[in-house]
Design a protein around this ligand. Structure first.
Ligand code: ADP
Ligand code: MG
Length: 250
Protein backbone atom coordinates (compact mmCIF):
# COMPACT_ATOMS: atom_id res chain seq x y z
CA UNK A 1 0.00 0.00 0.00
CA UNK A 2 1.36 3.40 -0.89
CA UNK A 3 2.25 5.60 2.06
CA UNK A 4 0.38 8.59 0.67
CA UNK A 5 -3.07 9.76 1.66
CA UNK A 6 -5.38 8.33 -0.97
CA UNK A 7 -9.08 8.62 -1.62
CA UNK A 8 -10.70 5.51 -0.15
CA UNK A 9 -12.09 3.15 -2.74
CA UNK A 10 -14.08 1.16 -0.24
CA UNK A 11 -15.47 2.63 2.96
CA UNK A 12 -17.37 0.84 5.70
CA UNK A 13 -18.77 2.98 8.46
CA UNK A 14 -20.22 1.56 11.69
CA UNK A 15 -21.46 -1.51 9.83
CA UNK A 16 -23.76 -3.73 11.86
CA UNK A 17 -25.67 -6.94 11.26
CA UNK A 18 -27.46 -9.10 13.82
CA UNK A 19 -29.14 -12.44 13.51
CA UNK A 20 -31.73 -12.54 16.26
CA UNK A 21 -29.66 -11.87 19.34
CA UNK A 22 -26.31 -12.58 17.69
CA UNK A 23 -24.37 -9.44 16.75
CA UNK A 24 -22.40 -11.02 13.90
CA UNK A 25 -20.94 -7.67 12.80
CA UNK A 26 -21.09 -5.01 15.49
CA UNK A 27 -19.87 -1.59 14.38
CA UNK A 28 -17.10 -2.15 11.85
CA UNK A 29 -15.38 0.88 10.29
CA UNK A 30 -12.75 0.25 7.61
CA UNK A 31 -11.50 2.46 4.82
CA UNK A 32 -9.39 0.95 2.06
CA UNK A 33 -7.37 3.16 -0.31
CA UNK A 34 -6.94 2.42 -4.01
CA UNK A 35 -4.55 -0.48 -4.45
CA UNK A 36 -4.71 -1.40 -0.78
CA UNK A 37 -4.29 -5.05 0.17
CA UNK A 38 -5.97 -5.77 3.46
CA UNK A 39 -6.18 -9.09 5.28
CA UNK A 40 -9.13 -9.74 7.55
CA UNK A 41 -8.39 -12.29 10.24
CA UNK A 42 -10.06 -13.56 13.37
CA UNK A 43 -11.34 -16.79 14.91
CA UNK A 44 -14.28 -18.70 13.50
CA UNK A 45 -17.50 -16.83 14.13
CA UNK A 46 -15.74 -13.45 14.28
CA UNK A 47 -18.00 -12.10 11.52
CA UNK A 48 -15.65 -12.10 8.53
CA UNK A 49 -17.90 -13.94 6.08
CA UNK A 50 -20.90 -11.91 7.21
CA UNK A 51 -18.94 -8.72 6.53
CA UNK A 52 -18.17 -9.99 3.01
CA UNK A 53 -21.84 -10.77 2.41
CA UNK A 54 -22.73 -7.25 3.59
CA UNK A 55 -20.14 -5.63 1.30
CA UNK A 56 -21.33 -7.67 -1.66
CA UNK A 57 -25.00 -6.94 -0.93
CA UNK A 58 -25.99 -10.56 -0.44
CA UNK A 59 -27.34 -9.60 2.93
CA UNK A 60 -28.89 -6.37 4.23
CA UNK A 61 -27.20 -4.21 6.84
CA UNK A 62 -28.86 -3.73 10.20
CA UNK A 63 -27.22 -0.30 10.19
CA UNK A 64 -24.17 1.55 8.92
CA UNK A 65 -22.83 2.61 5.55
CA UNK A 66 -20.92 1.01 2.69
CA UNK A 67 -19.45 3.19 -0.06
CA UNK A 68 -17.52 2.44 -3.24
CA UNK A 69 -15.73 5.54 -4.54
CA UNK A 70 -17.96 7.59 -2.27
CA UNK A 71 -21.08 6.08 -3.81
CA UNK A 72 -23.65 4.61 -1.43
CA UNK A 73 -23.91 0.87 -2.08
CA UNK A 74 -26.78 0.14 0.26
CA UNK A 75 -29.52 0.27 -2.32
CA UNK A 76 -27.67 -1.85 -4.86
CA UNK A 77 -28.28 -5.58 -5.15
CA UNK A 78 -25.38 -8.04 -5.39
CA UNK A 79 -25.65 -7.84 -9.19
CA UNK A 80 -25.62 -4.07 -9.03
CA UNK A 81 -22.52 -4.13 -6.87
CA UNK A 82 -20.83 -6.61 -9.21
CA UNK A 83 -21.47 -4.15 -12.03
CA UNK A 84 -20.20 -1.31 -9.87
CA UNK A 85 -16.91 -3.17 -9.53
CA UNK A 86 -17.02 -5.37 -6.45
CA UNK A 87 -16.09 -9.01 -7.05
CA UNK A 88 -15.94 -11.76 -4.52
CA UNK A 89 -15.11 -15.42 -4.08
CA UNK A 90 -16.53 -17.74 -1.45
CA UNK A 91 -14.94 -19.77 1.32
CA UNK A 92 -16.23 -22.85 -0.52
CA UNK A 93 -16.16 -22.19 -4.27
CA UNK A 94 -19.62 -21.89 -5.81
CA UNK A 95 -19.33 -23.55 -9.17
CA UNK A 96 -21.57 -25.49 -11.51
CA UNK A 97 -19.93 -28.90 -11.19
CA UNK A 98 -21.64 -30.31 -14.30
CA UNK A 99 -20.57 -27.43 -16.52
CA UNK A 100 -17.13 -27.04 -18.06
CA UNK A 101 -14.60 -24.50 -16.84
CA UNK A 102 -15.36 -22.28 -19.85
CA UNK A 103 -19.11 -22.56 -19.31
CA UNK A 104 -18.73 -21.55 -15.67
CA UNK A 105 -16.99 -18.38 -16.80
CA UNK A 106 -19.71 -17.71 -19.37
CA UNK A 107 -22.36 -18.03 -16.67
CA UNK A 108 -20.43 -15.61 -14.44
CA UNK A 109 -20.15 -13.08 -17.26
CA UNK A 110 -23.94 -13.06 -17.59
CA UNK A 111 -24.27 -10.99 -14.42
CA UNK A 112 -22.77 -8.07 -16.25
CA UNK A 113 -24.85 -5.93 -18.60
CA UNK A 114 -22.38 -4.91 -21.24
CA UNK A 115 -20.91 -8.32 -21.94
CA UNK A 116 -19.61 -7.22 -25.31
CA UNK A 117 -16.60 -9.49 -25.48
CA UNK A 118 -17.40 -12.49 -23.28
CA UNK A 119 -15.05 -14.81 -25.17
CA UNK A 120 -12.05 -12.53 -24.85
CA UNK A 121 -12.82 -11.77 -21.21
CA UNK A 122 -13.16 -15.47 -20.51
CA UNK A 123 -9.91 -16.39 -22.28
CA UNK A 124 -7.84 -13.77 -20.54
CA UNK A 125 -9.28 -14.61 -17.11
CA UNK A 126 -8.58 -18.32 -17.65
CA UNK A 127 -5.05 -17.74 -18.87
CA UNK A 128 -4.36 -15.44 -15.91
CA UNK A 129 -5.20 -18.21 -13.46
CA UNK A 130 -3.52 -20.92 -15.53
CA UNK A 131 -6.65 -22.82 -16.51
CA UNK A 132 -6.82 -22.20 -20.25
CA UNK A 133 -5.95 -25.82 -21.08
CA UNK A 134 -8.72 -27.02 -18.76
CA UNK A 135 -11.49 -24.95 -20.32
CA UNK A 136 -13.43 -27.99 -21.57
CA UNK A 137 -13.02 -29.98 -18.36
CA UNK A 138 -16.03 -30.31 -16.04
CA UNK A 139 -15.63 -28.06 -13.00
CA UNK A 140 -16.64 -30.99 -10.79
CA UNK A 141 -13.50 -32.89 -11.69
CA UNK A 142 -11.06 -30.11 -10.77
CA UNK A 143 -8.83 -30.25 -7.70
CA UNK A 144 -9.59 -27.92 -4.78
CA UNK A 145 -6.80 -25.58 -5.87
CA UNK A 146 -8.09 -25.50 -9.45
CA UNK A 147 -11.61 -24.76 -8.18
CA UNK A 148 -10.29 -21.79 -6.26
CA UNK A 149 -8.51 -20.63 -9.43
CA UNK A 150 -11.65 -21.07 -11.50
CA UNK A 151 -13.67 -19.07 -9.01
CA UNK A 152 -11.06 -16.33 -9.18
CA UNK A 153 -11.26 -16.35 -13.00
CA UNK A 154 -15.06 -16.11 -12.79
CA UNK A 155 -14.69 -12.95 -10.74
CA UNK A 156 -11.91 -11.49 -12.92
CA UNK A 157 -14.04 -11.98 -16.03
CA UNK A 158 -16.37 -9.35 -14.55
CA UNK A 159 -13.48 -6.86 -14.44
CA UNK A 160 -13.78 -5.90 -10.77
CA UNK A 161 -11.91 -3.02 -9.15
CA UNK A 162 -12.31 -4.35 -5.64
CA UNK A 163 -11.66 -8.01 -4.95
CA UNK A 164 -13.05 -9.72 -1.86
CA UNK A 165 -11.58 -13.19 -1.36
CA UNK A 166 -12.99 -15.37 1.40
CA UNK A 167 -10.16 -17.72 2.39
CA UNK A 168 -8.40 -18.07 -0.98
CA UNK A 169 -6.13 -20.84 0.34
CA UNK A 170 -8.73 -22.92 2.22
CA UNK A 171 -8.32 -26.66 1.87
CA UNK A 172 -4.89 -26.57 0.22
CA UNK A 173 -1.46 -27.86 1.11
CA UNK A 174 1.39 -25.46 1.93
CA UNK A 175 2.92 -25.39 -1.57
CA UNK A 176 -0.42 -24.79 -3.25
CA UNK A 177 -1.29 -22.06 -0.72
CA UNK A 178 1.89 -20.18 -1.53
CA UNK A 179 1.29 -20.60 -5.26
CA UNK A 180 -2.26 -19.31 -5.22
CA UNK A 181 -1.31 -16.32 -3.10
CA UNK A 182 1.50 -15.47 -5.54
CA UNK A 183 -1.01 -15.74 -8.35
CA UNK A 184 -3.55 -13.55 -6.57
CA UNK A 185 -0.95 -10.89 -5.81
CA UNK A 186 0.26 -10.91 -9.41
CA UNK A 187 -3.30 -10.37 -10.61
CA UNK A 188 -3.86 -7.60 -8.06
CA UNK A 189 -0.73 -5.78 -9.23
CA UNK A 190 -1.34 -6.27 -12.93
CA UNK A 191 -4.95 -5.14 -12.74
CA UNK A 192 -4.29 -2.54 -10.04
CA UNK A 193 -7.00 -3.95 -7.83
CA UNK A 194 -7.92 -3.13 -4.28
CA UNK A 195 -8.32 -6.28 -2.21
CA UNK A 196 -9.65 -7.55 1.08
CA UNK A 197 -8.99 -11.20 1.84
CA UNK A 198 -10.04 -13.33 4.81
CA UNK A 199 -7.50 -15.92 5.71
CA UNK A 200 -6.66 -18.41 8.42
CA UNK A 201 -3.22 -19.14 7.03
CA UNK A 202 -0.99 -16.63 8.83
CA UNK A 203 1.90 -17.19 6.45
CA UNK A 204 -0.23 -15.93 3.56
CA UNK A 205 -1.47 -13.01 5.64
CA UNK A 206 1.89 -11.78 6.85
CA UNK A 207 3.60 -12.36 3.51
CA UNK A 208 1.12 -10.43 1.39
CA UNK A 209 -1.07 -8.01 3.32
CA UNK A 210 -0.01 -4.38 3.69
CA UNK A 211 -2.53 -4.04 6.48
CA UNK A 212 -4.18 -6.55 8.79
CA UNK A 213 -7.54 -6.05 10.48
CA UNK A 214 -8.39 -8.45 13.29
CA UNK A 215 -12.01 -9.17 14.16
CA UNK A 216 -13.40 -10.94 17.19
CA UNK A 217 -17.09 -11.34 17.98
CA UNK A 218 -18.19 -8.81 15.42
CA UNK A 219 -15.80 -6.01 16.28
CA UNK A 220 -12.35 -4.88 15.19
CA UNK A 221 -9.80 -5.57 17.92
CA UNK A 222 -6.67 -4.59 15.98
CA UNK A 223 -5.88 -2.77 12.73
CA UNK A 224 -2.34 -2.10 11.56
CA UNK A 225 0.68 -3.32 9.68
CA UNK A 226 1.51 -7.04 9.88
CA UNK A 227 4.30 -6.24 12.36
CA UNK A 228 2.02 -4.17 14.60
CA UNK A 229 -0.70 -6.79 14.58
CA UNK A 230 1.70 -9.65 15.19
CA UNK A 231 3.06 -7.84 18.26
CA UNK A 232 -0.37 -6.98 19.69
CA UNK A 233 -0.86 -8.95 22.93
CA UNK A 234 -4.64 -8.95 22.57
CA UNK A 235 -4.35 -10.47 19.09
CA UNK A 236 -1.95 -13.11 20.35
CA UNK A 237 -4.37 -13.97 23.09
CA UNK A 238 -7.51 -14.32 20.95
CA UNK A 239 -6.02 -15.70 17.81
CA UNK A 240 -2.36 -16.17 17.07
CA UNK A 241 -1.72 -18.03 20.30
CA UNK A 242 -3.60 -21.13 19.20
CA UNK A 243 -2.52 -21.26 15.56
CA UNK A 244 -1.63 -24.93 15.94
CA UNK A 245 -5.28 -25.92 15.71
CA UNK A 246 -6.17 -23.45 12.95
CA UNK A 247 -4.46 -25.06 9.96
CA UNK A 248 -7.72 -26.22 8.45
CA UNK A 249 -10.40 -23.59 8.40
CA UNK A 250 -14.05 -24.34 8.91
P1 ADP B 1 -16.46 -15.99 10.30
O1 ADP B 1 -16.56 -15.95 8.82
O2 ADP B 1 -15.55 -14.97 10.88
O3 ADP B 1 -16.11 -17.38 10.78
P2 ADP B 1 -19.33 -15.58 10.26
O4 ADP B 1 -19.52 -14.26 9.63
O5 ADP B 1 -19.58 -16.78 9.42
O6 ADP B 1 -17.90 -15.66 10.93
O7 ADP B 1 -20.28 -15.69 11.53
C1 ADP B 1 -20.39 -14.66 12.51
C2 ADP B 1 -21.52 -15.00 13.47
O8 ADP B 1 -22.76 -14.83 12.81
C3 ADP B 1 -21.51 -16.42 13.99
O9 ADP B 1 -21.95 -16.41 15.31
C4 ADP B 1 -22.49 -17.11 13.08
O10 ADP B 1 -23.07 -18.21 13.72
C5 ADP B 1 -23.51 -16.02 12.84
N1 ADP B 1 -24.18 -16.14 11.52
C6 ADP B 1 -23.56 -15.99 10.31
N2 ADP B 1 -24.45 -16.13 9.31
C7 ADP B 1 -25.64 -16.35 9.91
C8 ADP B 1 -26.97 -16.57 9.41
N3 ADP B 1 -27.24 -16.55 8.09
N4 ADP B 1 -27.96 -16.77 10.31
C9 ADP B 1 -27.70 -16.76 11.64
N5 ADP B 1 -26.47 -16.56 12.18
C10 ADP B 1 -25.47 -16.36 11.32
MG1 MG C 1 -16.01 -17.37 7.32
Amino acid sequence: MAMVAAVPVLELREVRRSFGGVKAVDGVTISVPEGGVLALIGPNGAGKSTLFALMMGEMALSSGEIRLDGRDMRRLSARGRARAGIGRTFQTPRLFAGLSVGENIAVAIHVRVEDSTPTLESQSALSEVGLLDERDVAAGSLSQGQRKRLELAMVLALRPRVLLLDEPTAGMGAAERAAIMELVMEVVRRRRLTMIFCEHDMESVFAHAARVVVMDRGTIVADGTPAQVRADPEVQRIYLGDQAGQGEST
